[in-house]
Design a protein around this ligand. Structure first.
Ligand SMILES: Cc1ncc(COP(=O)(O)O)c(C=O)c1O
Length: 394
């Protein structure tokens, strides 16, 4: 049972079917004039329209990229380099994905100034902090829509409103929320929005950046001038076609999927918290994606739990793919103000529409048994100790 859909998803059969002709007989370069090329160009533009429609944008406001990371880089560096003379200050949050965070670290090395807003225990920024962080030099606010580890949603509509009241551009990384919750770039005051195909049952290596009409940015990739000169390089036509189809499918059934997945999510939360002592939910209980839940269990290591659950047939994660490799404490969980020991005992479960029918009781049994087994081996676990009292929670 694959329950790590925030990391990536399985390609949908209908998506693959729609892509296949563009890998074989309709292989033309969309920049060419003869019919084969025109066919590719037509498919490209249909996909652009599908993505634009899903977020209430116009077709020519969508630029195709190689994925969420490139979209984040293009949005942030593109605006920073374009508006360098106007100001050098950028505001973000402490829990951004590395595609945003590392881009900002790079800009700091070029003398840009970055403010990292705290997110507090529920994983959400405070609007007051944002207002106070704005300076006359602020050119960009980049705050993610949904967090990739804990699934919490930021108040992007309000953030965008404040950005615009102050003449600042607002970018949001919507890689995790796109296709899971409704997005309306007009209503939510969004200027730049990054999305990625492989999180919504589309192919890997393709994404898009929404750029509101009138906003100018410096390209990262120079060359043949494709994508209105903003992103040169022969387009990944098959990938883009797959992305368009996956987007359309996700949005057609968005309400149905959200309702079903949030029911499963809530049942897992209720059963885990009810059954496993010293287990906690990470992030806000309500402002979260329908398909993501993140727990922490006292006195265990998340990585060991992942391996035990894998041996029982469940593929889950501790959080971000990056922190699973390095064994570093997750910066997202650390930003919630958690005890450093607790940060290591996390488990992220992320669902996709195809997970609509599995044995939740067996899954929760597997978690409970694994946690118990690991605690028996853990020097940190002693059932005679009241851990909440020790860490001052009581
Ligand atoms: C919030 C967020 N932003 C950006 C990315 C990067 O997207 P991609 O893998 O398409 O480069 C991810 C992927 O995990 C993500 O979760």
């Amino acid at each position: 049972m694959y329950l790590d859909n925030s990391a990536t998803t399985k390609i949908n059969d209908e998506v693959l079917k729609e892509m296949m002709p563009y890998l074989k007989e309709d292989f033309g370069n969309p920049s060419t004039l003869y019919s084969l090329g025109r066919e590719s160009k037509k498919a490209l533009e249909e996909s652009r329209q599908r993505i634009a429609t899903s977020i209430n944008a116009k077709k020519d406001e969508i630029i195709f990229t190689s994925g969420g990371s490139e979209s984040d880089n293009l949005a942030i560096k593109g605006i920073a380099f374009k508006l360098r003379k106007k100001g050098n200050h950028i505001i973000t949050s402490e829990i951004e994905h590395p595609a945003v965070k590392e881009t900002l670290f790079f800009l700091e090395s070029l003398d840009f100034k970055v403010t990292y807003l705290p997110v507090y225990e529920n994983g959400i920024i405070k609007i007051e902090d944002l207002k106070q962080a704005i300076t006359p030099d602020t050119i960009l606010i980049s705050i993610m829509h949904a967090n990739n580890e804990i699934g919490t949603l930021q108040p992007i509509e309000e953030i965008g409103k404040i950005a615009h009241e102050n003449g600042i551009i607002f970018h949001t990384d919507a890689v995790q929320s796109f296709g899971k919750v409704k997005i309306d770039v007009e209503k939510q005051n969004i200027d730049l929005l990054s999305v990625s195909s492989h999180k919504i049952n589309g192919p890997k290596g393709v994404g898009a950046l929404y750029i509101k009409k009138g906003i100018r940015l410096v390209p990262l990739i120079h060359g043949g001038g494709q994508e209105r000169g903003i992103r040169s390089g022969t387009e990944n036509v098959a990938g883009i076609v797959g992305f368009g189809k996956a987007t359309e499918m996700a949005y057609l059934k968005l309400d149905e999927h959200a309702e079903k997945l949030s029911q499963i999510r809530d049942e897992i939360i209720e059963k885990v918290l009810g059954r496993i002592p010293e287990s906690y939910l990470n992030g806000d209980a309500h402002e979260r994606l329908p398909n993501v839940v993140n727990f922490r269990f006292k006195a265990i290591e998340g990585e060991s739990l992942i391996l035990l659950l894998d041996s029982k047939g469940y593929q889950t994660s501790t959080g971000s793919a990056c922190s699973s490799k390095t064994l570093e404490a997750s910066p997202v969980l650390t930003a919630l103000g958690l005890d450093p020991v607790d940060v290591h005992g996390s488990l992220r479960i992320s669902l996709a529409p195809e997970n609509d029918d599995f044995d939740i009781d067996d899954f929760v049994d597997s978690i409970a048994q694994s946690v118990e087994r690991l605690r028996k081996m853990s020097p940190l676990w002693n059932k005679d100790i009241d851990y909440d009292a020790v860490v001052g929670r009581k």
